[in-house]
Ligand binder design. Structure first.
Ligand SMILES: [Zn+2]
Length: 123
């Protein structure tokens, strides 16, 4: 069963929680009977974004992913979801910045190719 005070896992026959010392006699409240929400912390994605996309946003994303993981560890689902949402935003931001530079580089490449072709044709 789960401790009603801290949410830690405790043996079903335990009288007191070994984690917080809470009294486990009686039934647990409904809130701990439900499955914890699925929190996608985007940690792996933000680490990838730090290496391959836009480093500053990627690192901020990693920090918020870590905060989300930490909140999950403490079973603070509201905080975990909140930090995960910020981590996701920074991941999308670093993707967007990377995409912008990729498009600029591509346009630059096309311009150089066209100018180069014209230059060859003129000679
Ligand atoms: Zn406890």
């Amino acid at each position: 069963m789960l401790c009603r005070y801290c949410g830690a896992q405790a043996p079903d026959d335990a009288v007191f929680c070994s984690y917080c010392g809470g009294d486990l006699r009686g039934s647990a409240p409904a809130s701990y009977d439900v499955e914890p929400p699925e929190v996608n912390d985007f940690l792996a994605w933000n680490i990838l974004a730090s290496f391959f996309c836009f480093m500053p946003f990627g690192i901020v994303g990693v920090v918020f992913s870590a905060l989300s993981l930490y909140a999950k560890e403490k079973r603070d689902w509201a905080k975990a979801l909140e930090h995960a949402a910020v981590a996701k935003k920074f991941f999308i931001l670093s993707l967007a910045v990377w995409g912008f530079f990729a498009v600029v580089a591509f346009i630059g490449f096309v311009i150089f190719a066209v100018v180069g072709a014209l230059g060859v044709a003129a000679v």
